[in-house]
Design a protein around this ligand. Structure first.
Ligand SMILES: *Cc1c(COP(=O)(O)O)cnc(C)c1O
Length: 235
């Protein structure tokens, strides 16, 4: 079994650190980042992003008390999470990756929160499934703040009309906005932009910040940070 499989890795000074130890460090950093801007740490939800890691790697993090997890593929989550959810029924599962409408049924069955509502077709498919399955979900609209052609997310100029469509016509439970800043740009600019857009659309949740920048995201008002490698190790 490799070190990654055991959820340990070697730090700069040569010590093995386990996923639960890294989880604790991330939790401490969230508290510091919130305190630094006089926000309550309780207003920042840590989503542990477990994509590419199997059940054996996830279990120690569950055992350490983490209950909120993120996955970016519906099929991968379907393979891993039903068994883990049977053991830990209070898990809250977040879909943070792009969604195809032919996976809407499975997504609504398995996930509690979807962060990637970004076009009318997917919004309608999710609305239909929520009605059919009578499930209570929470949803975020993903905004392509960097206007990157290859990236998912509604374009900023269309965001307000799209949020209105989701809420008013489709009656979707939209709670906030989500973004993934371009890798080569200062993320703070994107966090500030998303926060402004949320104020203008009267949305209270902001899903932004990953392993490398969750402290900055918290400074700009993130209510949900999506942290993978800082907890589980490199993928
Ligand atoms: C993988 C992923 C993350 C976590 O990234 P890390 O850099 O490993 O923390 C966050 N958000 C999304 C959408 C992802 O796909």
């Amino acid at each position: 079994m490799s070190e990654a499989d055991e959820g340990t890795h070697v730090t700069n000074d040569g010590y093995h650190e386990t996923a639960p130890q890294r989880l604790k460090r991330v939790r401490d950093e969230i508290v510091s980042a919130a305190n630094a801007v006089k926000r309550s740490p309780a207003d920042v939800e840590l989503i542990a992003v477990s994509k590419t890691f199997d059940g054996e790697a996830i279990k120690p993090v569950l055992a350490a008390g983490q209950r909120v997890f993120g996955e970016n593929r519906v099929q991968e989550a379907e393979r891993k999470w039903p068994a883990l959810k049977a053991e830990f029924p209070d898990v809250e599962l977040h879909l943070i990756g792009p969604l195809q409408s032919n996976k809407a049924k499975e997504a609504v069955t398995l996930f509690d929160v979807i962060h990637t509502i970004d076009r009318e077709k997917i919004a309608r498919a999710i609305a239909d499934e929520i009605a059919k399955q009578q499930r209570t979900l929470k949803l975020f609209v993903q905004v392509n703040t960097g206007e990157e052609p290859q990236k998912a997310g509604i374009m900023p100029r269309e965001a307000k009309a799209f949020v209105a469509l989701c809420r008013t016509e489709l009656k979707l439970p939209i709670i906030g906005l989500m973004c993934i800043p371009p890798v080569d740009e200062e993320p703070a600019v994107h966090f500030a932009f998303l926060a402004k857009l949320a104020r203008e659309t009267d949305l209270h949740c902001l899903s932004m910040g990953m392993s490398s920048d969750f402290d900055a995201a918290i400074a700009f008002g993130a209510t949900h940070v999506r942290v993978g490698s800082a907890i589980f190790g490199t993928r």
